[in-house]
Write a protein of this length. Structure first.
Length: 583
């Protein structure tokens, strides 16, 4: 029966009339996602992108970039450089000068811009004539029927901790490959090996959950004489990969192993890239002002350091509908279900246009269903206001009349604002965000149906039972130099050794001690304050020299849980984003 889950995928693989498409933009490339937000607010979107569902495809990004290029909008020099960066970074979607414009998708994209030829850059002196022939790619080849890009991945970060007799370090190395065949099938894969020494609060989180946040269940110890470490480091592998098709010009399919993000904020209450990669099948439909996304995924139902044992599975089915009311206003609805069957996927959830709640009730309410709504409003030429409302379950009488803290009133909300060119200073951008999630949200009466993957939260890193305020100030005085400052303040309610206060979704809520009296941040209360500053200088395309500063303080009612973290250091990145642990 488990093979039924893949039946739909097999049928799509056999579809003969597929058209060109492109791979997703990595979620780790925060600069691109930030820049697209800037472009949308300052110069308009005209329905080229719907920003709620991420990652974007490279084709959508370059289509939007070509549209902006054709409008001849008055851009600052930094925005003009950002636009050229997008062209360089996605040149497979622009016809190389030496090739005729015979590929259907490239014709369609190039017609958006009135530049002839489109802004396709080459290097005058490639390395050994074959490497870095263009700014963005170590090796690439183009033909009418085949396109291939190969790039190295490398990241090195070293920092000295004040309160620990060991350094913080991160070394990652790998390879990224992407391409297309016959302009109909596209693919991407990357493989990264990591040796890391985390700061103390991340180590405490790993010890609690027996999993590295956002990365892996499988890891081994890493020792380093250089960094004065005999134990406490981690060595692990991480890989992503997908293959994609277009079923019609407006419906695309992806099969892969990776992550997703739903929302416009720094956090998502719906679905984020905090958890480890998971296998998924995604249908994405774009027509008129609508974007409709379906994700069917296989998740790991338990935790623990494992060897060769097969881990029990659970499954997720998700709907996300996004509607551009006009060029400045967007609304969306979200629905997801977590199910746990013995060896098979519940086929009724494969219906892409039915409400999961109705299916769940028809099956006898065995599954964990969450609903949500979101909005985004771009206004006043420089502002974007956004928000999310998540409903796990609640009863109005218990919430507004009795007000007795019934445990099953489970919901969360988010409100935020982005302000671009603060005080008319070019590329001084600010973002403020508030998040609140009630106790036991995302949990279920059994831990196996919780909204988690490998005991990592699928939504917010803090899980549930907290208030949080986040702020980000980003300044880019030149295209190459970026300063990114962040602040997080959270009040959290944590479980004790004997009492479950609903902060960890992977803990079954049937272990609660009472029915009423659960209010946000109750339990073992703790206050967390985190500030960070990242300074990056782009030496070459996607090659960055970095400086890092982070200070974090956690004050808990339980003094044994207090944490102090302070470190300063630097590093180098090639084709890789900043690894953040801002929780």
């Amino acid at each position: 029966m488990k093979k039924s889950f893949f039946l739909v995928a097999v049928l799509f693989l056999a579809t003969p009339f597929l058209h060109a498409q492109s791979v997703p933009y990595p979620l780790t490339n925060e600069a691109v996602y930030h820049q697209i937000d800037r472009f949308e607010v300052l110069y308009g979107n005209d329905n080229y992108l719907q920003t709620t569902a991420k990652p974007y495809t490279r084709a959508d990004v370059i289509r939007y970039a070509l549209h902006l290029d054709s409008t001849k909008a008055r851009m600052s020099r930094v925005d003009q450089a950002a636009l050229q960066y997008l062209f360089d970074d996605n040149n497979e979607l622009l016809s190389p000068p030496e090739l005729p414009k015979t590929l259907t998708q490239k014709q369609d994209l190039n017609q958006i811009s009135d530049r002839d030829p489109p802004p396709y850059k080459t290097n005058k002196k490639p390395i050994f004539k074959h490497f870095y022939r263009t700014p963005a790619n170590l090796y690439e080849t183009h033909s009418r029927f085949f396109d291939l890009k190969v790039n190295p991945i490398y990241s090195l970060k070293i920092a000295e901790q004040r309160y620990e007799d060991k350094a913080v370090s991160l070394q990652q190395k790998g390879i990224d490959i992407r391409g297309s065949i016959d302009n109909r099938v596209y693919f991407q894969t990357n493989f990264v090996e990591t040796q890391t020494l985390f700061p103390n609060y991340v180590n405490a989180r790993i010890k609690r959950d027996t999993a590295i946040p956002g990365v892996s269940l499988l890891f081994k110890d890493y020792n380093s004489n250089l960094f004065r470490l005999n134990n406490g480091g981690y060595d692990f592998l991480n890989a992503q990969g997908l293959v994609g098709f277009n079923i019609t010009p407006h419906i695309g399919l992806q099969l892969g192993n990776g992550q997703h993000f739903v929302g416009d904020g720094m956090r998502s209450l719906f679905l984020s890239n905090f958890a480890n990669n998971y296998f998924f099948m995604k249908l994405n439909t774009k027509v008129w002002k609508l974007q409709y996304q379906n994700i069917f995924a296989e998740l790991i139902a338990n935790k623990g350091r494992v060897g060769d044992d097969l881990q029990p599975k659970k499954y997720m089915a998700t709907h996300q509908l996004s509607f551009n009311v006009n060029k400045n206003l967007n609304f969306g609805i979200f629905e997801t279900v977590i199910m746990n069957r013995t060896g098979y996927f519940e086929l009724q959830y494969l219906n892409p246009i039915i409400f999961y709640r109705s299916v769940e009730h028809a099956l006898g309410s065995p599954d964990n269903v969450l609903l949500g709504a979101n909005f985004k409003w771009n206004t006043a030429k420089h502002l974007s206001i956004y928000g999310q409302l998540l409903l796990d379950e609640f009863v109005l009488k218990a919430l507004f009349i009795d007000k007795n803290g019934w445990w099953a009133n489970k919901f969360g909300n988010q409100i935020g604002v982005k302000y671009f060119d603060v005080l008319n200073i070019d590329h001084l951008d600010m973002q403020l965000e508030y998040n609140k999630i009630r106790p036991f949200t995302y949990s279920y009466y059994t831990s196996t149906n919780s909204y988690t993957h490998a005991y990592q939260n699928l939504a917010h890193p803090l899980g549930a039972n907290f208030h949080e305020i986040m702020a980000k100030l980003r300044y880019q005085p030149t295209w190459r130099l970026t300063l990114d400052g962040r602040l997080m303040y959270a009040s959290v309610g944590e479980s004790s050794a004997k009492e479950n206060w609903g902060d960890r979704p992977y803990t079954g809520n049937n272990t609660r001690k009472m029915e009423n009296g659960y209010f946000t941040t109750e339990g073992v209360n703790a206050k967390i304050l985190l500030t960070s500053l990242d300074i990056s200088y782009q030496l070459y395309h996607n090659v960055f020299a970095d400086l890092h500063f982070l200070a974090r303080k956690k004050d808990s009612q339980d003094a044994t849980r207090n944490e102090r973290t302070l470190y300063f250091g630097g590093g180098l990145r090639i084709n890789f984003g900043n690894y953040r642990s801002d929780y």
